[in-house]
Design a protein around this ligand. Structure first.
Ligand SMILES: C[S@@+](CC[C@H](N)C(=O)[O-])C[C@H]1O[C@@H](n2cnc3c(N)ncnc32)[C@H](O)[C@@H]1O
Length: 293
């Protein structure tokens, strides 16, 4: 028997080709795949190319770059994003939001006679984060019916947005929901869990690429931004760009929450850094120029 050397090698494209694709994706989305991700990207793109019956990588890349109307690029992004999320992720950080920051912002707004609250879940994935925030608002704001409250939930991945709008989750997603809230805000439907309509009505999902400067500049008057576990996939330059747009989108005194391994320390000094119960939160200075309400 002769052993065929290299027969197990499914590598259809080389490192230099990976770099071209990686740079193209980076330019459009800010997502930066390091070379250690080569295998993952290659595996997913190879499978996808064979489904499309593309002859080879160069044909695919040329199509993507010159002939695609955006549909194929969207499919590619849907394949390559990391969408891991669950309800009540980082519970202690959410407690800081609910008990300290939300209270402070609502009290200030109420005093100013502005009962309007805008929260942005930027990189919301399948919806667990914005729905968690909606549950917190329903629990924390006694007179919520007197407030104009909305959570804008955005993501670049159209597939996850579809699932988020559907609002039905498996066991894994809901495993950390406190029992009381679970009983109150979820219904069991054929072995899965459907989020309550009252929670849904507070959240609005839409497609947004954080690197789309024009769309990003149109967002104003946000009191809280949750952008957790998203910027880790970006490089420093695109992080800086996105955070500058966040700053412009926020009301003075608004807060931004990042994932536990993320920080603004090397990105900007524009926010005040506060440590609350061992969590770092970033607040836009109250004295900052208003950029809408
Ligand atoms: C790991 S999930 C985080 C979900 C949630 N924020 C959490 O912490 O549980 C990261 C999400 O960021 C989204 N994302 C990545 N790059 C993006 C971009 N350029 N614009 C918008 N969303 C992006 C991905 O599609 C993915 O759903």
């Amino acid at each position: 028997m002769a052993i065929k050397k290299g027969a197990l090698n499914t590598q259809d494209f080389e490192v230099s080709q990976f770099v071209r694709l990686r740079d193209f994706i980076y330019m459009k989305t800010g997502i930066f795949f390091e070379e250690k991700k080569l295998y993952l990207v290659k595996k997913r793109v190879n499978e996808h190319m064979s489904l499309l019956e593309m002859a080879d990588f160069d044909t695919y890349y040329r199509f993507l770059k010159f002939r695609d109307d955006g549909t194929e690029f969207q499919r590619l992004i849907n394949l390559l994003t990391t969408n891991e999320t669950y309800f009540f992720r980082e519970f202690d950080q959410l407690a800081v939001f609910a008990e300290e920051c939300l209270y402070e912002v609502c009290a200030r707004k109420e005093e100013a006679g502005i009962k309007r609250l805008r929260i942005w879940s930027a990189g919301c994935s399948t919806g667990e984060e914005p729905y968690t925030l909606a549950i917190i608002l329903l629990e924390m704001i006694d007179d919520i019916d007197d407030w104009d409250v909305k959570i804008e939930a955005t993501d670049i991945d159209t597939k996850v947005l579809e699932r988020a709008r559907h609002g039905v989750y498996g066991k894994r997603s809901v495993r950390l929901v406190p029992e009381e809230y679970f009983q109150k805000y979820f219904k069991t439907v054929s072995g899965n869990y459907r989020i309550d309509d009252r929670v849904r009505s507070i959240v609005r999902f839409s497609h947004l690429n954080l690197m789309d400067e024009r769309k990003m500049r149109s967002i104003k008057g946000v009191d809280f931004i949750f952008c957790r576990n998203v910027l880790i996939y970006f490089d420093e330059r695109s992080r800086k760009e996105v955070v500058a747009r966040f700053y412009d989108a926020m009301n003075p005194g608004g807060y931004i929450f990042l994932g536990h391994s993320e920080s603004l320390s090397r990105i900007t000094t524009a926010f005040n850094v506060k440590k609350i119960n061992s969590f770092i939160v970033y607040q836009k200075p109250l004295t900052a120029e208003k950029s809408g309400r």
